[in-house]
Design a protein around this ligand. Structure first.
Ligand code: MIG
Length: 793
């Protein structure tokens, strides 16, 4: 019976050519062991277990009792959840109080319900199945109002309903167009938002997998080439809860060093010490802030990792030291391929230590990459990760604090673009093929690199950038979206791509600003840098033979605007840093789609050309050539144009003007924005911070500003500063309260400079009960300003 049901499903059309799927069938018996419900079914086994009262794991294995070992993506052990079980003839029910799992017995069909008994997610009647190729599949019901987000790094628009996506880390030089459904990162996770409610699903399987939200309108499915059907359900109910739940399972981003949030300049390649020094000089002379410069593959001796070319970089220590004096960090690229060269120490160590990937038969795997024939470290084993991490002393001893990992899908120059799938990874004594572990290669390289650098930096936070990754990549690395092109379409695409990465637990991400391949133009670079001001990761990078793309490459007219937006990044940094802190604690992304904050508002469901920074700022960039107007959607509430102070009513679309120098930004009334000042680097001292208040009729929404040293892990021991800002408003008065919540770090600044926006002459401003008699009203901007000494807080 199940066979026929599977065969006629439209979702199975593409699969019917292969061996037919069979359903796991009806539940035959059940047993509750600790918190695991083990079900024996006609054609297989299913285990259901609670990880938290709002997180449930389901595992199906056609052959035997499911293994509850998780992939490397998972960092969480199940909590001791109190679960009650009730059973009727047709159904078994598990309840955690917050969440109910109802299991229909014949055929097995799992439904998740909320406290009120509303269905959140439910198996289609075909539920779970497998075929004799060892592929496994799961069908869920698709509600007419489901909209899907996440899935990591994908092309196309924000809402992934109607898409079919493959999870297989792939180096795609071109094209990143809507039909490319596998890029460098694989994050087999999504969330659904339906009528304001959200749930999430993480498919913890490292094989190539596919999510099909396209073929049928009533069901969606996910399947994989091998292993168990192993997934987690996150109960929500809000998008923020789902991200929190997903990152509880796969981990969160450590707080990055502040310098990693500044403006970064890259090029394939800055080829010599002299070129790098001249570049820095140029930035300084032109007064453009800069925090980091990248060394692409030309810095190495014949593309051998952990070396410098002695002619082009005769004294890297001195270069790095000199730049550090100016507050600028150097970030070298490190690829996984190690050149086959018996006279090269890394290759020698790798062979002698048995650190490289091998076939079952014992011979080394070699692939062609930049250095020519190369071997690849087998990062699936801890000793290899340790070795690789320790090798980074070569860089850290020179003062390097950031590493750039590329080609770690791994990319290999051949037809399949990657390693031979037959390679057998040692995997700490549990050998598995590359076919199974391919998607983990970048993540494991990231762990090796991050942990290695962390151990060497003497308490300082390392920075890592990676191209490839899997669920959990946020624990080690920042993600850039690979080889995009200098197309307006790719600027447009970068918004939903980064927003979905953010919804997938990766808050720290960004595209190559200006576009990597192809030639950028003055307009495109300017508009892209405007967006870059707010993308969590902000780096300009371009390919070898393309036109130059540094901020001054297109004449003064564009340079002026580009400078202004890079400077604005530094102005907004204290606010961004507070959001990074939030992301590191809860997983909630810094850059987020409007649907994340307004999940009930249908205008936001597929809004791909606007985004939010935190909960009170909407950014609506221009992403078309010769365009100086655009439509902006503002959700409910009152909004203020950041540049002009003009007030705009929410709940509707507005036509706004945006000359070349303007990227429209809107601030929601009730907001507090903490700003710093224009600087050369993030490391420069801040003597005063500005607190911009945008009171609504009622006052201010509670805001908690965060600060620490921006460099070390001391904040984990409590060395940070937190200040709560609140406010009550009447027609002629504003009562601000500032409360220091946590005071174990002394901020650099001496005073707070308050700016009350949307004020009028008669407005009386009090802070902590004290009337600000000295406050000045500026009729031109409609704002009231006053300062408060830190010592007076
Ligand atoms: O196949 O290191 O995505 O950022 O500049 C090219 C050279 C290899 C690909 C990366 C790109 C980098 C380039 N690399």
């Amino acid at each position: 019976m199940q066979d026929t049901s599977f065969a006629i499903l439209p979702g199975m059309k593409s699969k019917t050519k292969g061996p037919a799927f069979r359903s796991v069938g009806a539940v035959v018996s059940r047993e509750l062991e600790n918190n695991n419900l083990n079900l024996s079914c006609e054609n297989g086994y299913v285990t259901v277990c609670f990880y938290r009262d709002d997180i449930v794991r389901v595992v199906m294995n056609p052959k035997e009792q499911p293994s509850l070992q998780s992939s490397f993506a998972v960092v969480k052990e199940p909590e001791d959840v109190e679960v009650s079980l009730t059973e009727s003839e047709d159904e078994i029910q598990l309840s955690s109080g917050k969440l109910k799992i109802a299991i229909n017995k014949s055929p097995i069909r799992i439904t998740m319900l909320d406290e009120q008994g509303r269905t959140i997610i439910s198996d289609h009647e075909s539920s779970m199945g497998f075929n004799d190729k060892k592929e496994v599949i799961c069908f869920k019901e698709m509600h007419p109002d489901d909209h899907f987000y996440g899935f990591g790094e994908k092309t196309s628009f924000l809402d992934k309903r109607g898409e079919k996506m493959t999870m297989w880390n792939t180096d795609v030089y071109a094209p990143h167009n809507p039909e490319i459904d596998a890029l460098y990162q694989s994050i087999p996770y999504f969330m659904s938002i339906r009528n304001g409610m959200a749930y999430g699903l993480f498919f913890d399987n490292t094989f190539k997998s596919v999510f099909d939200m396209k073929t049928s309108n009533e069901t969606y499915s996910f399947w994989t080439e091998g292993g168990q059907l192993d997934y987690y359900l996150f109960a929500g109910p809000k998008p923020k809860d789902v991200v929190e739940q997903y990152t509880e399972i796969t981990g969160r981003m450590p707080l990055p060093p502040k310098w990693a949030l500044g403006y970064h300049q890259s090029r394939y390649s800055y080829e010599s010490e002299q070129e790098v020094r001249e570049l820095v000089k140029e930035f300084r002379e032109r007064d453009i802030p800069l925090d980091a410069i990248y060394l692409d593959i030309h810095y190495m001796d014949g593309y051998r990792v952990f070396t410098f070319d002695e002619e082009r970089f005769p004294n890297p220590e001195k270069l790095i030291e000199d730049l550090k004096q100016e507050g600028i960090h150097v970030i070298p690229i490190v690829d996984p391929g190690v050149k086959e060269d018996p006279e090269y120490h890394i290759y020698q160590e790798g062979v002698n230590g048995d650190y490289f990937c091998k076939y079952l038969e014992g011979n080394l795997y070699f692939g062609d990459v930049w250095p020519g024939k190369s071997a690849f470290p087998d990062f699936t084993s801890e000793d290899v990760r340790k070795w690789w991490g320790e090798k980074h002393e070569f860089y850290s001893k020179m003062g390097i604090e950031g590493i750039w990992n590329d080609m770690n899908e791994p990319a290999v120059f051949n037809e399949t673009k990657t390693m031979d799938l037959k390679v057998m990874h040692k995997n700490d004594g549990n050998p598995k093929t590359h076919r199974e572990l391919h998607n983990l290669y970048g993540l494991l390289m990231g762990e090796a690199t991050y942990e290695g650098m962390k151990a060497q930096l003497d308490g300082k936070r390392p920075f890592l950038l990676t191209r490839a990754g899997f669920a959990g990549v946020q624990r080690y690395s920042t993600v850039w979206t690979g080889d995009n092109r200098s197309f307006w379409e790719h600027l447009q695409m970068s918004l939903p791509m980064c927003m979905n990465l953010g919804m997938s637990g990766v808050p720290f991400c960004g595209p190559d600003v200006g576009g990597f391949a192809h030639d950028t133009t003055g307009q495109l670079l300017t508009r892209w840098t405007q967006v870059g001001m707010f993308t969590p990761y902000f780096r300009n990078h371009s390919v070898l033979d393309s036109i130059r793309q540094e901020p001054w490459s297109f004449g003064e007219q564009y340079e002026k605007i580009i400078r202004k937006y890079i400077q604005e990044r530094y102005v907004w940094l204290p606010y961004l840093y507070t959001l990074f802190r939030e992301a590191s604690l809860t997983g909630v992304p810094v850059m987020r789609p409007l649907v994340f904050e307004y999940p009930e508002d249908q205008h936001t469901f597929n809004l791909s050309d606007q985004f939010m920074i935190g909960s009170h700022v909407i950014v609506a960039p221009i992403m078309k050539p010769d365009t100086y107007h655009r439509v902006v959607y503002l959700p409910e509430g009152s909004w203020v144009n950041y540049w002009t102070g003009e007030k705009l009513e929410g709940g509707k679309h507005h036509l706004v003007e945006a000359d070349m120098a303007t990227m429209p930004i809107f601030v929601k009334e009730g907001a507090t924005l903490v700003h710093g000042s224009v600087k050369n680097t993030t490391g420069q001292k801040e003597s005063e911070i500005k607190v911009h208040l945008y009171p609504s009729e009622k006052g201010l929404d509670r805001f908690v500003h965060y600060e620490d040293d921006g460099k070390t892990f001391d904040y984990q021991q409590g060395s940070y500063f937190q200040m709560e800002i609140n406010g009550k408003k009447a027609v002629d008065s504003l009562e601000i309260t500032v409360t220091v919540l946590h005071n174990q770090y002394d901020p650099e600044w001496e005073r707070l400079h308050f700016v009350v926006h949307g004020a009028h002459q008669e407005l009386k401003v009090q802070m902590n009960g004290v009337l600000q008699g000295e406050a000045e009203f500026d009729p031109a901007s409609g704002s009231i300003t006053f300062s408060v000494e830190k010592s007076g807080l």
